[in-house]
Write a protein that binds this ligand. Structure first.
Ligand SMILES: Nc1ncnc2c1ncn2[C@@H]1O[C@H](COP(=O)(O)OP(=O)(O)OP(=O)(O)O)[C@@H](O)[C@H]1O
Ligand SMILES: [Mg+2]
Length: 388
């Protein structure tokens, strides 16, 4: 739909230009002798403006400027600019696909105004001819802005395609992640029911434990997903009351005990005396739960997880440290974003949905605190602060 309306608008601009095509043809020769000069100055201007920030470097830059210039001269010679603009648009699309910024494209379009026109004004003898050319050029620039909007459109089109794909991947991921605990629950219940059918009583606590843990995983994932959604919409409300952070942490440790025992992981809780302060106990409980869940997931069996709490300068700090894989520097921010980051950070291996830390960050931020990760040779530590 969008594509059609943009193309129609584009065709309209083409028609407006017809009257000026004659002017272009007549004055095409004005620019030709300055081709080398334009190329050189274009390049210098570009360098000055973008230094190393730009995507266009060395040979690639030269090649692209040459193509811009060739397209420009070609445009001056052509009777019908329609195909020329198609080429320009296609070229603009190529550039945006290459990741070249719109800023850079605009700069290249305005180059003629900034560099070449003052040059021509100084050296070209027939000022009258030049004035007409300037007017015609102005029209061309206007239309090139239409090309730019096309470039914009192409960029947005690829952005929309990327988001669509993300949405699809996401749905697939969520369904997949929910499927395994549901399967575990359903199989375990069938086995238990079979047993009850024969003996008339529930007598296998292992299956009940499986059901409990799978339901908890599922609940945690759904809660994270729903709360992140609420926070993004600004509908998440904290329910603060005075509480003891050490007590809350101890509760989480107890609730996660079966997982700890399963992996034979010890938790060392090094707590400082901390006066009760105002925070949302339920939300912070879930933050600690997510951090501890990760620490267990990424620890090797038989190792220890250290939780520490302390108060300093009007803030309370809680850290969760485990021995395990290092999180590379380049992923230390990404892991706090929603989805996908987990796969990146662990080189193709997928350990979960990637919602836990996104929830933690949003919840801690909303509480007026901060969350950080430190990861080195001895393991990974997540630490968050809250105003006390
Ligand atoms: N303690 C840790 N040690 C090493 N890597 C970690 C640790 N905690 C988190 N990560 C990395 O950060 C990623 C994101 O963590 P997050 O808790 O957001 O998602 P997840 O655990 O993969 O899935 P979910 O929490 O939704 O079940 C993890 O997949 C992992 O790559
Ligand atoms: Mg997690």
């Amino acid at each position: 739909m969008v594509q059609i309306s943009i193309q129609e608008e584009f065709a309209g601009t083409m028609l407006d230009l017809k009257a000026f095509i004659g002017v272009f043809n007549k004055h095409a020769d004005i620019f030709s002798p300055y081709k080398g000069y334009l190329l050189k100055h274009w390049s210098q201007l570009y360098k000055r403006q973008f230094k190393d920030r730009g995507m266009l470097k060395g040979k690639k830059r030269e090649e692209i400027f040459k193509r811009w210039l060739a397209l420009f001269f070609e445009g001056l010679r052509m009777k019908d600019l329609t195909s020329h603009y198609k080429d320009m648009v296609e070229f603009g699309r190529e550039l945006t696909d290459m990741g070249i910024s719109l800023e850079e494209l605009i700069l290249s379009l305005h180059f003629f105004e900034e560099v070449s026109m003052p040059l021509l004004m100084k050296h070209y003898p027939d000022k009258d001819k030049l004035a007409k050319m300037l007017f015609a050029l102005d029209m061309l620039f206007h239309n090139e802005l239409a090309c730019l909007s096309m470039a914009y459109f192409y960029r947005y089109r690829s952005e929309i395609a990327r988001l669509e794909k993300m949405k699809e991947d996401l749905t697939h991921m969520i369904v997949h992640d929910l499927k395994s605990p549901v399967n575990v629950i359903s199989v375990a219940i069938d086995i238990l029911l079979g047993g009850i059918g024969q003996t008339g009583q529930v007598n296998d606590s292992e299956y009940l434990k499986l059901i409990a843990s799978a339901s908890k995983n599922m609940r945690q994932m759904l809660n994270n997903l729903l709360d992140i959604h609420k926070m993004e919409k600004g509908e998440f409300v904290l329910d603060k009351s005075y509480g003891d952070i050490n007590e809350v942490t101890q509760d989480v440790i107890e609730s996660i005990r079966p997982k700890l025992d399963d992996k034979k992981i010890k938790v060392l809780f090094r707590k400082e005396e901390i006066a009760p302060f105002f925070f949302d106990k339920g939300v912070i409980k879930r933050v600690i739960d997510n951090l501890l869940d990760n620490a267990i997931k990424f620890s090797s069996s038989g190792s220890s997880v250290i939780i520490s709490s302390k108060a300093k300068d009007g803030k309370v700090f809680l850290s969760v440290k485990n021995r395990g894989p290092v999180i590379k520097k380049e992923y230390r921010e990404k892991i706090f974003e929603k989805f996908g980051q987990a796969r990146l950070a662990s080189k193709g291996k997928k350990y979960g949905t990637g919602l836990g830390l996104a929830f933690c960050k949003m919840a801690v931020d909303a509480s007026g605190g901060e969350i950080k990760v430190l990861s080195g040779k001895t393991g990974t530590t997540f630490v968050f602060s809250l105003p006390a």
